[in-house]
Design a binder for this molecule. Sequence first.
Ligand code: 4NP
Length: 147
Amino acid sequence: MSHRILFVCLGNICRSPAAEGVFRARAPHYATDSAGTSGWHIGDPPYGPMQKAAMVRGVALGDLRARKFVAEDFNRFDLILGMDADNIANIEDLRPEGSDTPVRLLTDFAPETGADHVPDPYYTRDFDGALDLIEAAVEGLAAHLRG
Ligand code: 4NP
């Protein structure tokens, strides 16, 4: 059973807090968190343009604060979801000996989109495109978790 779910991106101010926010609104009975593989924004709230784009969809992110992904997260969570292949590689670099916690791409749960990652809106500026993908994948993830 995956009851503790961690969303991971690079900065932990755009994609992973958005994914956490969309998921917790959709499935509030799960324990969720998000983290970044970099420590660049530790303690920061989600990026303003992402907060605004999410709020238009009724998703509030303002309480979230960035932190860095750590090896202990493999023990604290049942499922770890990265936004792109770099995230997955950086997460796997910290996998403790003997840990079998699954690490997957969020987009694995939205095969109908054809996307193999969530493009980083901090660079693309396409916050709505990122949210479209995240919402599709969260639907698929919720269906997967319901079994
Ligand atoms: P995120 O986007 O990984 O979706 O949070 C980024 C935000 C900030 C930076 C990189 C990616 N940055 O370089 O500061």
